[in-house]
Design a protein around this ligand. Structure first.
Ligand SMILES: [Zn+2]
Length: 419
């Protein structure tokens, strides 16, 4: 018996030594990531902003449902809404002899929706975050409109109100010109102008600067990050990668292809990562699959960042009702099965990652909550092993073949229970 134990101890020690020299930078980088003692839960929802008046009621219903779900501190669930601040004023662009671009603003031209947002802010269920000044490239849009491009026929036919979400996908990029493929990044001076205008309008509308942002269609590059940095945007929301553009076939190309929560760019902006997909209107990413992703994120002591786009709530009545009910079911299940759930908005998580750790402040209604705590060393070791296991199949196989999976499993199981 003693010989068997000694054999395995020697085998594991040898395997760990080899792994250390083989994967040292990976282990160190993974260990330096943030690990949470509590379970931060965020809801990231893209594309809110100008739309049909009926969307105000849909938003109120969604926020009403979030108000009924409470975390371990009694805070209600909060939607981090990625807001588009304006849409093209199609009639005005058409009337202009020089085809200049004009916009309709969210606050003044869509007052019902804006009012629903404002009351959600006061209630604590709605925190706005900049998505884009528009969800398209204004200059390219105006040019295509003047050129009679058939992709804008629908906009021409309904100049008084036309929904940008019906636009061809390559034309929905904001910081690139997608009127021709491959896409081209917009000029730096134009990018600076757009981001500066967006920053100013955001403060005019919501009373606070946007500390965080997510680019329309996940399309942005270094020059845009520089512009965001000039506007004091300190964190960038991602889906775990950054797309620079689309190639001649419309296919996205990414650089970097992989981003982890807490990583920083050259401007010291911190990246946030969505890791739970809830898009039931697509017929996939259901409450059950989202819950499985939430469990995996919790095991790794990561924030649970749920991605759910506006269209889940703004298409048919039935789809909206199902999406609201599904989201509520998902949140209730998370709250009843995972320990110490903390509802947060993305700028609050960003502030925590940027060192403001004592208090969580919702800057849009002034509420404060106790700061988040970091995982204990033992919990961190378990979550670290889970991160390696989930992300690196080769390491998982080595663990199975060498038998290291047994002690690793013991640490993971006991440390998660401990959290
Ligand atoms: Zn979007």
């Amino acid at each position: 018996m003693l010989i068997v134990i000694l054999f395995f101890l020697c085998l594991w020690l040898t395997a760990l030594t080899v792994l250390w020299f083989w994967k040292k930078p990976l282990f160190i980088a993974t260990w330096r990531e943030p690990y949470f003692a509590e379970t931060p839960v965020l809801i990231e929802s893209d594309d809110w902003g100008p739309g049909g008046d009926y969307q105000a009621e849909r938003l109120r219903n969604l926020l009403g449902s979030l108000a009924t779900t409470r975390d371990s501190r009694g805070r209600c669930a909060v939607l981090t809404a990625d807001v588009v601040l304006a849409v093209p004023d199609v009639a005005k662009i058409q009337d202009d002899a020089d085809n200049r671009y004009f916009r309709k603003r969210l606050d003044t031209d869509f007052p019902e929706i804006f009012e629903a947002m404002r009351s959600g802010m006061t209630q604590g269920t709605f925190v706005p975050q900049l998505h884009g000044l528009e969800h398209l490239n204004g200059e390219a849009f105006a040019k295509l409109l003047g050129d009679g491009d058939s992709r804008l026929n629908d906009a021409r036919a309904h100049a008084d109100w036309w929904d940008w979400e019906s636009l061809d996908s390559p034309l929905q990029g904001h910081y690139v010109d997608g009127s021709q493929l491959p896409t081209t990044p917009i000029a730096e001076n134009k990018a600076r102008d757009i981001v500066e205008t967006a920053g100013r309008l955001f403060i005019e509308m919501f009373g606070q600067p946007t500390l965080t942002t997510v680019a329309p269609c996940y399309l942005w590059g270094d020059a845009i990050e520089a512009c965001w940095s000039e506007q004091r945007i300190t964190a960038i929301q991602t889906a775990g990668y950054r797309c620079l553009g689309r190639d001649g076939n419309g296919k996205y190309f990414a650089d970097p292809t992989l981003i982890r929560c807490g990583e920083r760019n050259r401007y010291d902006q911190v990246y946030l990562v969505r890791n739970v997909m809830f898009e039931p209107t697509d017929g996939k990413h259901t409450p059950d699959s989202a819950y499985a992703e939430a469990l995996a994120a919790h095991r790794q002591a990561l924030p649970l960042t749920i991605s759910t786009h506006k269209y889940n709530f703004t298409r048919s009545d039935t789809q909206c009702r199902d999406s609201i009910a599904g989201l509520q079911r998902l949140l209730s299940r998370i709250c009843t099965t995972l320990p110490h759930v903390r509802f947060l908005a993305s700028p609050e998580l960003a502030e925590w990652l940027n060192g403001n750790r004592n208090e969580i402040t919702n800057r849009f209604n002034g509420e404060t909550w106790q700061g988040l705590s970091q995982a204990s060393q033992y919990r961190k070791v378990g979550a670290f092993l889970y991160r390696l296991y989930y992300r690196h199949p080769k390491l998982a196989w080595i663990a199975y073949l060498s038998g290291l999976i047994f002690p690793a499993w013991f640490v993971c199981a006991t440390s998660t229970r401990d959290s």
